[in-house]
Design a protein. Structure first.
Length: 339
């Protein structure tokens, strides 16, 4: 029987942003293990801000499994954290997501590659030439030398792991990139996003490069873009029934709960949602057809189909927890009656 390297991955208890943690368990299986075959495991919660020292055991419950293409007989195991009594740990944001197999999410993760405390490709002193030619750019001048190697390797790792990666683009700032993950089922895209983030952070170790997930790493005082995680969503009702009346009621609910949404859309978002750089300001809610300066962008296709399809919430930022984002969006949708 082959020995598998099971990499158990979970989110720690740091606030406002949880960190990814992982450790390896070696176990024999006849063939690649299914989720049901994977045992619960534990860790010392006192080292991850999830428990006090005198009673520090936390439980890992496997919830999603992927092949680990970077390791021989490797397995990536995403987990929820439970208390010893089997109930969800307070830090367990995944456990708050309503079960809905008809809910689909597409997350567009933006991030900066960082080296020596600044974006990859920035000169030792000052700034490179202003934004303009970096977005979807080609050539050493636009993207540098190793960035594309990293993003291509990350893409291949995700695809080989069975993650539903949908694409890549170089972003507006030098050293800034995006990838998109789409999933069907209320938790699937978020699970895959966390594993894709894990793979990216692990991959860049050998390059001496870090991922800066902060939404405005260069600050507000310079004309450099921040990073978002636009969250595209749909439900069975939105895709199949929809309608202008339902859509307007839904947007009224999003307006009503705008503070609750912002609260889980990632820290420091006031630095990014300023009304500039294709954003709406943080204290306003609006929606607009094909409007990239709106809180929610309504694709042309949605209107053309008779107010059916998916919507894009542009407010979540790059450091947002996709579990909390999916959870909040579905909670707000649930307040709006369907016929
Ligand atoms: P843009 O940069 O123009 O906003 P992207 O192509 O980067 O567009 O992202 C669009 C996202 O919308 C993708 O992640 C895609 O998977 C997602 N998406 C498409 N259709 C649906 C749908 N029916 N429900 C939820 N998400 C969807
Ligand atoms: Mn995009
Ligand atoms: Mn983008
Ligand atoms: Mn987008």
């Amino acid at each position: 029987m082959p020995k598998y390297k099971l990499e158990y991955i979970w989110l720690d208890g740091y606030t406002p942003v949880a960190n990814l943690r992982s450790k390896t368990l070696i176990k024999e299986f006849d063939s690649f293990p299914t989720l049901e075959q994977l045992p619960k495991w534990g860790f010392d919660g006192s080292s991850t801000r999830q428990a006090e020292g005198h009673s520090s055991d936390c439980v890992l419950l496997p919830v999603a499994v992927f092949p680990d293409p970077a390791r021989t007989n490797g397995v990536l195991v995403m987990n929820e954290v439970l208390l010893p009594d089997g109930t969800p740990h307070p830090s367990n944001s995944r456990a708050t997501i309503l079960d809905d197999p008809g809910a689909w999410f597409g997350f567009e993760q933006e991030y900066f590659l960082y080296k020596d405390g600044k974006p990859l490709g920035f000169p030792a002193v000052g700034f490179p030439y202003p934004q303009g030619l970096y977005y979807t750019g080609v050539g050493y001048d636009a993207v540098g030398d190793i960035a594309r190697e990293i993003v291509e390797e990350h893409l291949d790792l995700c695809l080989a792991a069975g993650i539903n990666h949908e694409g890549i683009n170089a972003e507006v700032a030098k050293g800034q990139w995006e990838f998109q993950i789409f999933g069907k089922g209320s938790k699937r895209a978020a699970d895959e996003m966390w594993v894709a983030r894990y793979l990216l952070s692990r991959l860049t170790e050998k390059y001496g490069v870090d991922i800066n997930w902060h939404c405005k790493p260069l600050g507000m005082d310079v004309d450099w873009n921040g990073s978002g995680m636009h969250s595209n969503f749909s439900t069975t009702y939105l895709r199949e029934t929809g309608g202008k009346e339902y859509f307007e009621a839904l947007m009224a609910a999003f307006d009503k709960y705008k503070n609750e949404h912002i609260a889980v859309y990632g820290p420091d978002n006031h630095l990014r949602l300023t009304g500039l750089h294709e954003t709406q300001s943080i204290d306003k809610f609006n929606y607009g057809i094909a409007n990239r300066g709106a809180s929610i962008r309504v694709p042309h296709s949605f209107v053309n189909a008779g107010y059916k399809g998916y919507l894009e919430d542009r407010r979540p930022n790059s450091q947002g927890d996709p579990y909390k984002i999916a959870s909040r969006i579905l909670q707000t949708i649930a307040t709006v009656p369907t016929k």
